[in-house]
Write a protein that binds this ligand. Structure first.
Ligand code: GDP
Ligand code: IMO
Ligand code: MG
Length: 435
């Protein structure tokens, strides 16, 4: 058990959309600060409070709590237009109106119009072999960061430098768009005008969030780190190349938030009671049948960012254990167990076999992962509606047995069980902040 309960990391253990937003919103009640540390507006985090739904793409999921400061760390890639409109709609509802309630790291790289154009054009060109990206320019923005030609939020404060860099970059990107991707060139004046409009209201948010966070944590503030995407989409540990372009696990918190690794406390890993994936790539336990269809319908499995139907399948405990290991998960949150109600027999994948029928580990290439056969263990389902349960004891015996088996296979305890979309539909068995 990790004893530092001053900070908690919430990370996805599957292919995203595990319900991170819901859990961060719930835990933010006990936090002073919520920090996004990677990804961008490829994320779609859904919060439901008293029946009212809020979907956040860039603003941290602490936004609905008046006393919580939201921080967008330097590891995030930020589309200024998306941030400006998300902030405007939250402010129109009375959230994040206090100065300082949302901070944007000076080190966060900007997603610029050419990044989106390149992302979308490449996907069109790939045709059937596409990654199925969200088309939000995430990959190209991270490419520029590592190629050292990116433009960061802090650069907006030096207008002349920003304009010069933008002009230089656009010339190069236009050449690439036209020659390699067969696209039209973007017009510099229009790009600049669009950015002037979207960035005007963001300048006041730009800050040295790394120093600010260090001070906040050292003076005892409770900090919640909000992961986006999930381990199977991690650029190193996921199903490469069908992944996103950032590190999505706890390893990315220190660099992405600009804090010492020792300041990361308890790690709460989020998994659905089954598995979903949006976009292309291997998915060993996928159900291309009526059971998968019923999960999609009952679970409302349509992307919060792109609206695409999510692919659905059985819980994959092999990948879950890998994600627990790499993230150093201390405790699990299991979400959407209510969605499994009515399925007579549930399967959990507990191992893989290679094409020769031999037991195997998670292969390192997608070609080999496409070929593994999941080994399933059957568990009895339940018919009772879980919605009204107030404690673990109110759950049907079969649902409790299912959760207990997940604990065993993952090797860590289930700390939180989520039984519905609403913030209130949650059983907190062990509060990660120790409250
Ligand atoms: P995130 O990206 O990890 O924040 O997850 P998303 O918000 O993209 O997707 C999770 C979806 O499941 C959202 O529509 C949530 O409102 C919903 N959800 C979260 N937890 C539960 C749950 O326990 N039961 C049900 N039925 N829905 C849930
Ligand atoms: P949250 O935070 C689910 C997927 C895309 C695609 C791949 C690469 O809501 O869990 P990208 O646009 O990042 O280059 O796309 O990653 N993807 C997600 N899938 N949830 C997400 O975020 C995702 N963010 C990216 O569908 O397969
Ligand atoms: Mg999502």
């Amino acid at each position: 058990m990790n004893i530092n309960t001053n900070s908690v990391a919430v990370v996805g253990l599957q292919w995203g959309d595990e319900g991170k937003g819901k859990i961060v919103d719930l835990l933010a009640e006990a936090a002073d600060v919520v920090v996004r540390f990677q990804g961008g507006n490829n994320a779609g985090h859904t919060l439901v409070v008293d029946g009212e739904q809020t979907v956040l793409h860039l603003v941290p999921s602490g936004a609905l709590h008046a006393d919580t400061t939201c921080v967008i760390g330097g590891g995030v890639v930020v589309d200024p237009g998306v941030l400006a409109s998300e902030l405007a709609s939250l402010r129109a509802r009375g959230y994040l109106v206090e100065p300082g309630s949302l901070m944007l790291s000076q080190e966060a790289h900007l997603i610029l119009p050419y990044h989106k154009a390149i992302d979308q054009a490449r996907e069109r060109k790939r045709g059937k072999g596409k990654i199925g990206t969200t088309g939000r320019g995430i990959g190209p923005a991270y490419e520029d960061k590592f190629a050292r030609i990116g433009i960061r939020a802090g650069d907006l404060l030096d207008r002349d430098g920003f304009v010069a860099r933008l002009r230089e970059n656009l010339a190069e990107k236009n050449a690439y768009l036209e020659a390699m991707l067969g696209e039209g060139a973007l017009d510099f004046d229009s790009v600049l005008a669009e950015l002037d409009e979207s960035t005007a209201g963001l300048l006041e948010l730009v800050a040295d969030t790394s120093s600010w966070l260090d001070e906040a944590t050292r003076s005892g503030s409770k900090v919640l780190f909000e992961g986006a995407q999930a381990l199977m989409l991690d650029v190193d540990h996921g199903t490469y190349p069908f992944v996103t372009s950032s590190n999505t696990g706890t390893g990315a918190i220190a660099t992405g938030a600009g804090i010492a690794p020792s300041l990361v406390g308890r790690v709460l890993g989020i998994t659905k009671a089954y598995t979903t994936r949006v976009g292309s790539g291997p998915f060993p336990t996928e159900l291309d049948n009526e059971v998968g269809e019923s999960m999609r319908e009952t679970g409302g499995e349509f992307g919060a960012t792109t609206g695409r139907p999510r692919r659905c399948g059985w819980l994959d405990a092999v990948l879950l254990a890998k994600a627990v290991r790499i993230n150093g998960v201390d405790g699990l949150t299991v979400t959407k167990i209510d969605v499994l109600t009515g399925i007579e027999t549930l399967n959990i994948c507990t191992g893989y076999r290679d094409p020769a029928g031999e037991p195997c580990d998670v292969p390192s290439t997608v070609a080999a992962l496409e070929l593994v056969e999941p080994v399933y263990e059957q568990m009895q389902g339940w018919d009772e509606d879980l919605g009204a349960a107030q404690s673990l004891d109110d759950l049907p015996r079969a649902a409790r047995a299912y959760l207990a088996r997940i604990e065993e296979l993952a090797g860590v305890p289930v700390d939180v069980v989520s039984l519905g979309q609403d913030r209130s539909r949650t059983l907190v068995l062990e509060h990660p902040f120790g409250v």
